[in-house]
Design a protein around this ligand. Structure first.
Ligand SMILES: Nc1ncnc2c1ncn2[C@@H]1O[C@H](COP(=O)(O)OP(=O)(O)OP(=O)(O)O)[C@@H](O)[C@H]1O
Ligand SMILES: [Mg+2]
Length: 626
């Protein structure tokens, strides 16, 4: 069948052009990685073919020996990387090679700084992939044909990386993809068998497919890489660099990982897992539906990417492979959902990841701090979701607290307990929507005065964490903004007497305030919490905290209006003055201001802000005219 020659010119997405420029400049010092990227893509394409061929063997077209070929041509000054993997259809070429389909591209580009070293890291993290070809090539051609479609569906893509590419239909008898790099003027160093072999061994030794090169002056091919599954080898034989390079390939990351675990499990279930914790969070970490962490293999055969059944959502940052000896080769995603074997593998893997994290936390504080900064908020989801491992996860949590008094979350619950005051029975915390709001919360005043540590919780997820984590090591977690504050043994007799006296003295005032604010609150009472502020709001012990209420409302939930409790500070001059205020109008104004202040200082919004400003100005005028 004759194919109509049909060549068209298309434009790159604007972002691609920008990215290409940046990449060439910032990665030039590490340019040999182009080969790693092309081999990585070829290997992915082979994996995809194997997966699709599980349900349609015809896709192999009689050729199931998958390989990657690297060749060079000194005269033409080209390097070619070929695979007989799945190939691409026309639409796939346009979608994958002419555009950057990744989410967050724009955001990514906006985050670049112009500082070369920093940007190189960011670009690496974003994924350089196919475009890294242009670091060494001024023209790149790609010929591809999707497995299962006839030779006439071949396509040739070509570009000089300047903003446009051409696409034409060609005959391509062999399925898969060839990428041909026309090297830039000064890149002849790559036209050398020794150099290419060295690069392949350095970066791609772990690729499970054979990567072959033709021997010089002979017609034979030689396999350059080890071509065996890294995870199947004994741990003692694997070098750190090999672990790192393998990670970069499976995780599509540019940087080495933070840590890994490699285990062979025997017994009822036989499987191997090689799992990694990355150094940095990916752009889409917050998309809980994306679990592209774990690749599933069965007896060394790649089965699928993104096997979300293998890791719970709160460990979605874990990358790596799990290779089972027991599962059937034809296992499908649907089967995974109901497989007891998978449940057991998952439970075992979660346990190992928690072991690893505990180990880092115990021995490598700085490393754990890096981990926590990147993934702590995700791990906190585990405290909400994973009941079975709740206690272990609780031990791994880190918080800010009034002891360290800074935004770095590095206080564990054990640290906290170690510093508890004699007679202190509870773990105290405050929740707010920012570090500043938590740290400056009026509810902390008495705790600061008495030197009792309070955990400062200001991540969105924290409200849910404390709902599930109600006690740790036999000690209840208690919000400092909820219920009647009872410091128990931490209060001395004299203080108690003073409080009782104040309560009696201010009884009338409490009544009057309640009469004015009426429906806006549940109760008015004399505080035990405040030392400097005149008033604060607290929630009843079993009511929702004001912070949680705001979070839920912001997410669109309808809630019945809950009423706070107003606590007033009998030793504050404003409150003392209020007690003796005879002018009814002024008493009412003061009272409203007191309440509104309390709302503001815990991060709430006023129902009637203009009314507040008006009253405040009235009082300021009185002052000014004195
Ligand atoms: N040899 C190939 N065979 C089939 N498809 C390929 C091949 N090379 C690239 N592709 C397609 O082009 C896409 C883009 O490749 P690219 O290397 O830029 O990104 P990636 O591999 O998805 O991620 P990474 O940034 O980690 O490399 C791939 O996802 C794949 O769909
Ligand atoms: Mg790639």
């Amino acid at each position: 069948m004759k194919v109509e020659a049909h060549k068209e010119t298309l434009g790159f997405q604007a972002e691609v052009r920008q990215l290409l420029d940046l990449m060439i400049h910032s990665l030039y010092s590490n340019k040999e990685i182009f080969l790693r990227e092309l081999i990585s893509n070829a290997s992915d394409a082979a994996d995809r073919l194997r997966f699709e061929a599980l349900t349609d063997g015809n896709l192999y077209e009689g050729d199931s020996v998958l390989k990657i070929r690297v060749a060079y041509d000194k005269k033409a000054r080209t390097i070619t990387v070929s695979d007989n993997g799945v190939g691409m259809t026309r639409a796939e070429v346009v979608d994958n090679i002419g555009t950057i389909a990744k989410s967050g591209t724009r955001q990514f580009l906006a985050s670049l700084t112009g500082d070369q070293a920093k940007d190189a890291r960011l670009i690496g993290q974003f994924g350089v992939g196919f475009y890294s070809s242009f670091i060494v090539a001024d023209k790149v051609a790609l010929a591809t044909r999707r497995a299962g479609l006839g030779a006439e569906h071949g396509l040739r893509w070509e570009s000089d990386g300047q903003g446009e590419y051409t696409l034409e239909t060609v005959e391509k008898p062999r399925r898969g993809t060839d990428v041909i790099l026309h090297l830039r003027k000064d890149e002849d160093e790559f036209l050398d068998a020794y150099r290419l072999r060295t690069i392949i061994r350095k970066y791609s030794d772990h690729i499970t497919l054979p990567i072959v090169m033709k021997l010089e002056d002979k017609n034979e091919e030689e396999t350059v890489n080890r071509a065996s599954a890294l995870w199947a080898r004994p741990r003692s034989e694997i070098k750190q660099e090999e672990y790192d390079e393998f990670y970069k390939h499976v995780a599509h990351d540019f940087e080495a990982p933070l840590a890994h675990i490699h285990i062979h499990v025997e017994g009822k279930q036989e499987y191997t897992s090689l799992l990694y914790i990355p150094k940095r969070a990916p752009f889409d970490l917050w998309d809980r539906n994306k679990h592209h962490g774990i690749k599933l293999y069965v007896r060394r055969v790649f089965i699928m990417d993104e096997a979300e059944q293998l890791m719970p959502a709160y460990l979605r940052f874990v990358r790596g492979v799990i290779d089972s000896n027991d599962l059937p080769l034809n296992i499908s995603r649907e089967m995974l959902q109901h497989s007891k074997d998978i449940d057991a593998i998952r439970a075992g893997s979660v346990k190992k990841v928690l072991d690893l994290l505990e180990d880092i936390a115990a021995k490598e504080t700085e490393k754990y701090a890096t981990f926590w900064k990147e993934f702590g908020r995700v791990l906190k989801e585990g405290a909400v979701e994973d009941f079975a491992n709740g206690e272990r996860i609780a031990k791994l949590l880190r918080f800010s607290s009034t002891y360290t008094d800074n935004e770095t979350q590095n206080v564990s619950l054990m640290d906290y307990i170690g510093r508890m005051k004699e007679g202190q029975g509870k773990i105290y915390y405050v929740t707010a929507d920012s570090f500043a709001a938590a740290r400056n919360s009026p509810h902390l005043e008495i705790f600061r005065k008495k030197g009792i540590e309070v955990l400062l919780l200001y991540d969105r997820i924290d409200e849910w964490v404390v709902m599930h984590l109600t006690e740790f090591d036999g000690k209840a977690l208690q919000s400092v903004a909820k219920g009647e504050l009872d410091l128990g043994k931490l209060e001395d007799k004299q203080e108690k007497q003073q409080q009782e006296k104040a309560a009696a003295e201010f009884k009338e005032l409490v009544k009057k305030i309640k009469a004015i604010l009426g429906e806006r609150l549940k109760e008015v009472r004399i505080t035990h919490r405040l030392t400097n502020s005149p008033a604060c709001l607290v929630a009843d012990q079993h009511d929702m905290s004001a912070n949680l209420e705001r979070l839920l409302k912001a997410s669109g939930q309808e809630l019945p209006a809950s009423k706070p409790i107003l606590e007033i500070n009998p030793s504050h001059p404003i409150v003392v003055k209020l007690k003796d205020e005879a002018d009814e109008q002024r008493f009412a104004d003061w009272t409203h201001i007191l309440f509104d202040q309390a709302v503001l200082s815990e991060g709430g919004q006023l129902g009637d802000p203009a009314g507040f400003v008006h009253r405040l100005n009235e009082l300021l005028l009185v002052l000014a005219s004195k």
